[in-house]
Write a protein that binds this ligand. Structure first.
Ligand code: PAF
Length: 283
């Protein structure tokens, strides 16, 4: 499997594949690949002739230098894992910071019609400008037909759909279901860093989301939020950062339920110093 670190070489390869009438799927990642990523790659392979997987820990989307430093970097293992899915239909792009940013690792500033100010946007300063910058740049390099993103980062997915529509980028953005451990914990590269007692505790996040979904059938968003907040207050290891029930179109917290709208519940919580997020469709 060829691993490109130079975008000029990558583009040559992609142009050659396109000239042979191959369609290109794209899975952007920050590496530390797990079965959640593999499910995106498999979906990409079933809908395209080739899949480009980028592996790049993007500095501009981190608001916390320590988090960036500690982010796992496991390129060799990632490539081995990708080879178990396909040896000849996957192209890896693992650039340096310079190959992407050319000496100017700064974010562009975006207007995502308010999606960027909700939830993660409130707690992670500049995060979505960083995500918008890197994803736009990667789309310009790879020019894929289809691009695959997990619903675990539902807000990111909504923002990327907005980016593509605002900038008329000719790519179909495909949202893929959250991949979970058998205990319900949403798969994430951060899970690797959980100490054993926190790993054991973390499925509480999804269990609480499931109970919140049941309660939302009969109770208001406020009541469900109060209940979730209490459950976390009683928990010894997990600290709730936010729980929000939001309209999926605007991502704004629901004030009064309407059966014409579609809602989702979102959680961010700390397990020790590791920040985990998850969400669930409510109706
Ligand atoms: O979801 C991620 O892993 C990252 O935010 C992405 C989309 C690869 C951009 O760096």
């Amino acid at each position: 499997m060829k691993v490109f670190s130079d975008k000029v070489e990558l583009v040559k390869k992609i142009n050659q594949l396109k000239a042979e009438n191959n369609s290109i799927g794209f899975v952007p990642t920050m590496g530390a690949l797990h079965q959640g990523h593999m499910s995106l790659v498999k979906q990409g392979l079933s809908n395209n002739s080739f899949v480009v997987v980028s592996i790049f820990v993007n500095p501009t989307q981190f608001d916390n230098a320590e988090d960036l430093k500690k982010y796992p970097r496991t390129l060799e293992r990632d490539v081995d894992l990708l080879k178990t899915v396909s040896k000849d239909k996957i192209v890896v792009y693992a650039p340096t910071v310079d190959d992407i940013y050319e000496g100017n690792a700064k974010s562009e500033s975006f207007n995502f019609d308010g999606l960027e100010f909700e939830m993660e946007g409130k707690f992670r300063q500049g995060h979505f400008d960083g995500v918008g910058t890197i994803v736009k740049r990667l789309f310009e390099i790879v020019e894929p037909n289809n691009a695959y993103f997990g619903e675990k980062d539902f807000q990111q997915l909504a923002i990327i759909k907005k980016l593509v529509s605002k900038y008329n980028i000719p790519v179909k953005v495909v949202g893929c279901k959250i991949h979970r451990e058998t205990n319900g914990l949403a798969m994430s590269s951060r899970n690797e860093r959980l100490k054993p007692e926190y790993k054991k505790a973390a499925p509480f996040i999804f269990k609480t989301l499931q109970s919140a979904k049941t309660k939302f059938g009969t109770k208001s968003a406020n009541k469900v939020t109060e209940w979730v907040t209490k459950q976390f207050a009683k928990h010894e290891l997990l600290e709730l950062e936010y729980f929000i029930i939001a309209d999926v179109d605007t991502l704004k917290p629901v004030k009064r339920k309407s059966n014409k709208k579609t809602y989702r519940a979102f959680i961010a919580a700390y397990a020790d110093d590791i920040r985990l997020i998850d969400n669930i469709a409510l109706n």
